[in-house]
Each structure stands twice: as structure tokens, then as C-alpha cells.
Design a protein around this ligand. Structure first.
Ligand code: PFF
Length: 450
């Protein structure tokens, strides 16, 4: 009941779509997607990615928003109110969000650092070879920026998220969209081998998939990225769905959110890959792609410094709105379920996440050789969330809908606000059989493939 009294409503479906897209569109699209596509074979990865968006991403957003709007409760309360035995599904989500933000904030800090570099010493500094590696290896500076990023998100959550996210999304998302198109056009017209980048992204080379292990590996990467990019398995859409009025069309909104998120990811790929090829960089460069290649793109542009500042500011806002949603999910658990005060819950959870993030940041420098399961700490957090917790949260969610709440009940909720929902059979088959089977196969493959 306590949770119910705090419910607000989005003023319109449009407000909801923007807020949900704001949570979905973040570093996952602008930073992770291009480099993971680059590492996982470009076009082949893209095929898996688009298929998973359609058969897993969109139905999962539909299901989560249906659970939220039906129960009018945030994640854990929502599961608990339908079937208390499934409370654990909500808990997995909260734990996952907790670990994601720990390392997400480190990257948020890198973005802040780049904004200041572009402001002060110009793009050429950041474009210099080795700049990124030496910055991230520094034991102090990236840690400080990570703490600044986390502090910023904490302040916003303390002051109330809904207005911040909604208002911010309305300005930032269209602006980000326009700017990323500009950068993509610039990247595509760099000449030289730029078009090779487009081919690399969009023309799948199936000859790369010459062993089942390779197929599984690309599929695992693609599915983890779909979950991450759409913020699936953590109940973000349950919470946002709980703010929705009965007249909004959940099915249509889910397609729009999935579509917008995919569009921004593709634009990020188009902004980066042609430039990677034009400048002769390595498409499989990994996490440094956006921090080394983009500065080089800006370096070659008229008014590059200005574009760089604006672009990184927008990446910062995209990252911040996602981070704020993550922080809200974690702290609202302590507020809703343990009755903590918002200030205490937010500051204490953010502090613990910040501390874990410090170790993630140091794993690029002083703690480079300290490994957990053969990975540096940053990579370990990313692996734990992408490959283990998110699939587990998603598996719990589809089994919950498929076998506890039942697809028929979900379909009844989905029918509201759109005059019916005819694809009950398809939806039911997806939630009961296809999605759990895929998630399990790929989850196990992910463990074996590590
Ligand atoms: N979807 C966000 C991104 O693509 O950057 C990251 C994220 C936000 C994941 C919120 C999970 C989440 F709950």
C-alpha cells in the first residue's frame, strides 16, 4: 500500500515512451553496441541482434509494462502482489541494477573527463594515440570522475526522478538524435575506406560462423546486448508501466521503445564504424572504441571541438538518465520494502556502488593484474550482469508470465487501450517455450564459452 501511495502517472503515453526510451538509450547504445558489434563480427552480430530485439526484446517490454500497469507497483512489490513465491525475480533485478551501476558510473566518469578535455585543451589532445589508455590507467583521475558522476545521479534521485527524467528526455533525446545523425553523416562522408565500415556492419559474413561455439558466442553477445540496451530483466519497465494510464497502448509503445533504442544503436554504429575503417583503426578495439575513434573523427571535422563537446555532453545525459533509473530501482527497493527514508536509501546505496566502482576503475591501472575468474574487475562486473544476472532476471520474468501469472492474464492487460490483442497464441508460445529455451541455451553457452 505504501508503494501505491507514491504512484504517479505519466501525463501521456508520449511522456512514458520518452522516459522509457531515456532509460533504455544510454551507454549501451552509444558506447557498448558499436564495440561489441565490432568484436563480434559486425553484420553477423547484427542479424542476431535484430532477431533478438523482435522475439525477445519487444515481447519482454510488453510483459514487463503489463505487469507494472496491472499491479501499479514497482518491481518487487509487483511480483509479490501477483505471486509471493516470485518475489525473488524482483530481487534478481535489483541486485543486477546494483552491479551495473557500479561500473556504468566509471564509464560515465570517462565521459565527463572527455567533456572537460574538449573544453580545455581541444580535441587534438584526446585524439592523440595512447591518451585513453594512459588516462584510464591513472590511479586517481578516473576514480574522481566516477565519483562525480555518481554524485550527480545521487543528487538528481534525491530531488525526484520523474520530473528530471521526463523533462530531460524531452529535450535531450531529440537533440541527441539530431547530433548523432550529423556525426554519422560526417563519418560516412570521410572517404577512403569509410564504406567498408558500413559493409562490415550490415553485410553479414556467415563464413565466420564455422563452428557451433562461434555461433553460440555471437548469439550470447547479441542477447546480452539486447537485454542491456533495453534494460530488460531488471523491472525498469515494470516500474515505468506502473505509472501508465489504462488508455495507453502497451503493444505499440513497446515496439516504439524497441525501435527507438535500435535506431540509436544503429546510428551509433554508423557514426563510428565508417570512421574506424577510414582512419584504419581496429573495429574490434573493445571498450576504447568511442574514446579513441570519435576524437579522431572530430579532429578531422571543421568545428570539431564544438561538435565533440556537444556530442559528449549528450552522451553524458543519455548515460545519466539510464544511471538515474538504475539508482532509482535499487534505492526504491530499500524505500518500498524496508521502509528506509529516500535520502538514507539513495545516499547509502550510491555510496556502496561508488565504492565497488572504484575497484572497477582501478582495474585499468594499479589493479590491472588482479583478476576474478580470469577477468579484470570491470570486465567481471560486466560479465556478471550481462551474462548471468540479466539472463536470470529475464528467465524468471518469462517463466513467471508463462506459468504463474499466465499469458492469458498478460494478454488481457495488453488488450486494454488498443481494442484487443489477437496474437495471444504467438505471445504465449514465445513466453512459455521460445524465450525460456533461448535464454537457457544461451545462458549455458555463455558460461561454457567464457
Ligand atoms: N539500457 C541502458 C543502456 O543501454 O545504456 C543501460 C541500463 C539502464 C541497463 C537501466 C539496465 C537498466 F536497468
Amino acid at each position: 500500500m505504501k508503494e501505491k501511495s507514491k504512484r504517479g502517472n505519466f501525463t501521456s503515453s508520449f511522456g512514458f515512451v520518452l522516459a522509457a526510451a531515456g532509460s533504455a538509450i544510454g551507454l549501451g547504445n552509444l558506447w557498448k553496441f558499436p564495440y561489441i558489434a565490432g568484436e563480434s563480427g559486425g553484420g553477423v552480430f547484427m542479424v542476431f541482434y535484430l532477431v533478438f530485439i523482435l522475439i525477445l526484446g519487444v515481447p519482454f517490454i510488453m510483459s514487463e509494462t503489463a505487469i507494472g500497469r496491472k499491479t501499479q507497483l514497482s518491481t518487487i512489490g509487483a511480483y509479490r502482489s501477483i505471486n509471493p513465491k516470485w518475489t525473488f525475480a524482483g530481487i534478481i533485478g535489483v541486485v543486477c541494477a546494483f552491479f551495473i551501476l557500479s561500473y556504468y558510473s566509471v564509464v560515465g566518469g570517462w565521459i565527463l573527463k572527455y567533456i572537460t578535455v574538449f573544453f580545455t585543451s581541444g580535441h587534438t589532445t584526446a585524439a592523440a594515440p595512447g591518451y585513453f589508455a594512459s588516462f584510464t590507467a591513472n590511479p586517481v583521475e578516473p576514480v574522481v570522475w566516477h565519483l562525480v558522476f555518481m554524485a550527480f545521479c545521487t543528487v538528481v534521485v534525491l530531488f525526484g526522478v520523474e520530473k528530471g527524467i521526463e523533462k530531460g528526455s524531452k529535450i535531450m533525446l531529440p537533440a541527441l538524435f539530431v547530433l548523432i545523425v550529423i556525426v554519422a553523416v560526417r563519418s560516412l562522408t570521410l572517404g577512403g575506406n569509410a564504406m567498408e565500415g558500413v559493409k562490415f556492419l550490415f553485410i553479414p559474413d556467415f563464413s565466420q560462423l564455422d563452428s557451433p561455439a562461434k555461433v553460440a558466442n555471437v548469439a550470447v553477445q547479441a542477447m546480452g546486448q539486447v537485454f542491456f540496451s533495453l534494460s530488460i530483466g531488471m523491472g525498469i519497465s515494470i516500474t515505468y508501466g506502473s505509472y501508465l494510464k489504462k488508455d495507453s497502448n502497451l503493444v505499440k509503445n513497446s515496439f516504439i521503445i524497441g525501435g527507438l533504442d535500435t535506431l540509436v544503436a544503429l546510428l551509433a554504429g554508423l557514426a563510428i564504424m565508417p570512421a574506424v575503417f577510414a582512419f584504419g583503426f581496429e573495429p574490434a578495439a573493445g571498450p576504447s572504441l568511442i574514446f579513441e575513434t570519435l576524437p579522431a573523427v572530430f579532429d578531422s571535422m571543421p568545428l570539431g571541438n564544438l561538435f565533440a563537446v556537444i556530442f559528449f555532453i549528450l552522451v553524458f545525459f543519455a548515460a545519466a538518465t539510464s544511471a538515474i533509473a538504475l539508482l532509482e530501482v535499487v534505492s526504491s527497493f530499500f524505500i518500498d520494502s524496508l521502509g528506509w527514508k529516500r535520502s538514507v536509501a539513495t545516499i547509502s546505496t550510491a555510496s556502496v556502488m561508488a565504492l565497488i566502482g572504484v575497484f572497477a576503475s582501478l582495474s585499468f591501472g594499479p589493479l590491472k593484474d588482479a583478476t576474478l575468474f580470469g577477468m579484470g574487475f570491470f570486465d567481471f562486473l560486466s560479465y556478471l550482469t550481462d551474462k548471468i544476472l540479466m539472463p536470470l532476471g529475464a528467465l524468471a520474468m518469462c517463466l513467471f508470465v508463462g506459468y504463474s501469472w499466465k499469458p492469458k492474464s498478460a494478454a488481457e492487460e495488453l488488450a486494454i487501450g488498443r481494442g484487443g490483442f489477437r496474437a495471444v497464441g504467438l505471445y504465449s508460445a514465445l513466453m512459455r517455450f521460445v524465450a525460456p529455451a533461448l535464454v537457457i541455451i544461451i545462458f549455458v553457452a555463455g558460461l561454457i564459452n567464457k
